[in-house]
Design a binder for this molecule. Structure first.
Ligand code: ATP
Ligand code: MG
Length: 564
């Protein structure tokens, strides 16, 4: 367990994280006139996931806290994998999380400026066109212990480099024939500083610039300068980019442009979850899930469809904190966060997922009572509703045992329980079919226990949820489990497909009964089904065919782990 995880349940102010300390020191020193401008830079090559949510909350959250702003910048420098579908979903997800960007920018808007700066570096003798193949470049880069070998093209004249680079842009060469490289140091201890590639030739249509370009900047050449163009003060990225920082600074320094600075934090890893966009795309393309927004996906759209609220995700991001070392957060912490939020906000309803019919023999035939039920004990303003009660009801099959063990406080032959908001009932008779399967219970009720109150002080331990059989509405209920059965699904035995860890039983579809008040629900409405968990109306739901997704059960496994 990490120290971050232990802050769950803490009240009061949490200690400042290291990014807040850096920003406060910068403001105090009057750096950039005390201004704070961050950015969120997704590559539009997939849907955003919970790891991105962490980064969004951090970038937007820091700016908000210090009176600054945040840009949304699409890092669209690779024409082959990017698409407008992704651009639109990314914008929708950020807004849904509750954030609004100051400006919407695209790295591709900077292609012309980046190109001019590349010419400037060539003129300064700091960049050259290399004719080596990808393979040769890789081989000649050396190793961590051995210096690299200089390219035979490294000492071309400025004129020749300019001419070749312009012809690269003009489309005179094929993919892979030439690259532009920064001229730094082939013996540099940091491998990324050994004459990194700035531009490669890709003859492909770009989703925004069309066929205007056939040379595209590499991440390292585009990112820092894009930050600088926008005057980003604090460029926050994940830990694996710390080795890129010297290069980030090198380009900015050699070009003498706005000195944006990069800071790294540990990326979010979640147990039982894969977050690589490549892998998520594979799950979608191979139809292993229903789509990017499948409720089992760790995508923001999947979490939304599952029943997560923006508040619960922001709460989670805050609880996870900002670490400088990589760690894995337990999935149950995310579940804890949505439970906490929905407990306060979701109205209660009754539903029976695995029905067993109960006939209350002494209840008048044809009589219906409208009983009062509390919508949310955590929120008085949610009010009350009426729940119909009649002679025939359904209870949960698990709530009855013919031969119960000692501590079973639910229904059993001769035992009495309370029906929530209704009456005490006692089981008189068990009806079975020819196979010995229990098909019905005959019970009697105590009319004096209306509303679930004990009429004479006699104690009844168990309280069951129920629905009236004549009034209940059928509903499809989707019970989700973890998509992966291994806590570390990225850890796959050599030679095996990464998908070996997929849980074959991650979706169970059942038919249950819900109380009639649920007839008029809207997509994404959220409820607590009493004693069962939190459920959310799926996009597939129609008035004639209700569909509910189980967001999370009521059982908190997190509290146990955290030792609460
Ligand atoms: P992938 O490698 O799967 O394509 P990515 O990290 O390249 O993912 P980007 O679209 O480039 O995805 O990410 C946008 C921003 O979100 C980056 O600043 C990145 O650091 C951040 N980010 C991505 N994944 C995580 C994560 N798991 N935890 C925290 N931040 C993340
Ligand atoms: Mg990336």
């Amino acid at each position: 367990m990490t120290e971050n995880e232990l802050t769950i349940g803490d009240s009061g102010e949490r200690p400042k994280n290291f990014l807040e300390e850096i920003i406060e020191a910068d403001i105090k020193a009057g750096k950039h006139g005390g201004k704070v401008l961050t950015r969120f830079p997704p590559e539009p090559n997939g849907y955003l996931h919970i790891g991105h949510a962490k980064s969004i909350c951090l970038n937007f959250g820091l700016a908000q806290k210090y009176g600054g702003k945040t840009n949304l910048r699409f890092d669209d420098t690779n024409p082959v994998k990017e698409d407008v579908e992704y651009v639109n979903s990314i914008k929708e997800d950020i807004r849904w999380l509750g954030f609004e960007w100051a400006n919407e920018f695209y790295a591709s808007d900077y292609f012309e400026q980046l190109y001019e700066w590349a010419e400037e570096l060539i003129k300064k003798g700091l960049a050259y066109v290399d004719d080596q193949t990808q393979e040769e470049i890789r081989k000649n880069r050396g190793t961590v212990t051995q210096p690299g070998k200089e390219s035979p093209w490294r000492n071309r004249s400025v004129e020749e480099n300019l001419d070749l680079f312009r012809r690269m842009r003009a489309g005179e060469f094929n993919d892979g024939e030439k690259v532009l490289r920064a001229k730094i140091d082939m013996a540099h201890p940091n491998m990324l500083m050994r004459d990194p590639i700035m531009y490669r030739i890709i003859h492909a249509e770009h989703h925004r610039t069309g066929n205007k370009w056939c040379i595209y900047p590499m991440y390292d050449y585009a990112h820092g300068q894009s930050d600088s163009i926008e005057k980003i003060t604090h460029s926050i990225c994940t830990l694996e980019f710390d080795v890129h920082r010297p290069l980030y600074d090198w380009f900015i320094e050699k070009l003498g442009i706005f000195p944006s600075k990069q800071y790294e934090f540990a990326r979010l890893n979640l147990s039982y979850t894969v977050m690589s966009k490549r892998k998520l795309l594979e799950l979608v393309q191979q139809k292993i899930v229903m789509g990017w927004d499948d409720p089992r996906m760790p995508t923001i759209s999947g979490l939304r469809r599952r029943g997560y609220t923006p508040e619960s995700i922001r709460y989670f991001a805050d609880k996870v904190g900002v670490a400088k070392r990589d760690n894995v957060i337990d999935l149950s912490l995310l579940e804890f966060c949505v439970r906490e939020d929905l407990n306060k906000r979701a109205e209660r309803r009754m539903a029976v997922l695995n029905p067993l019919k109960v006939v209350i023999t002494n209840y008048p035939e044809g009589q219906v009572e409208e009983l009062e039920a509390v919508n949310n004990p955590e929120d008085e303003s949610a009010g009350k509703r009426k729940v119909p009660f009649s002679r025939e009801i359904y209870i949960e099959r698990d709530d009855f045992m013919e031969n119960p063990p000692k501590k079973f406080f639910r229904l059993a032959p001769g035992k009495e329980v309370r029906l929530r908001y209704a009456y005490f009932i006692k089981c008189d008779e068990v009806i079975k079919d020819e196979n010995g399967e229990i098909v019905e219970l005959r019970c009697s009720y105590d009319p004096a226990s209306r509303g679930g109150q004990s009429p004479d002080g006699r104690k009844v331990k168990g309280t069951l949820h129920w629905v009236s059989a004549t009034h209940a509405v059928k509903a499809e209920i989707r019970l989700f489990d973890r998509l992966f059965s291994s806590p570390d699904p990225n850890n796959v035995p050599e030679g095996q497909d990464w998908k070996v860890n997929i849980n074959p039983d991650s979706l169970k579809v059942i038919e249950g009964y819900v109380e009639p008040a649920l007839k008029d629900v809207k997509h994404l409405d959220k409820f607590q089904f009493e004693r069962l968990g939190y459920f959310c109306v799926d996009y597939d739901s129609t008035p004639d065919h209700l569909v509910f997704n189980r967001t999370v059960t009521l059982k908190d496994t997190w509290a146990k782990i955290a030792g609460k």
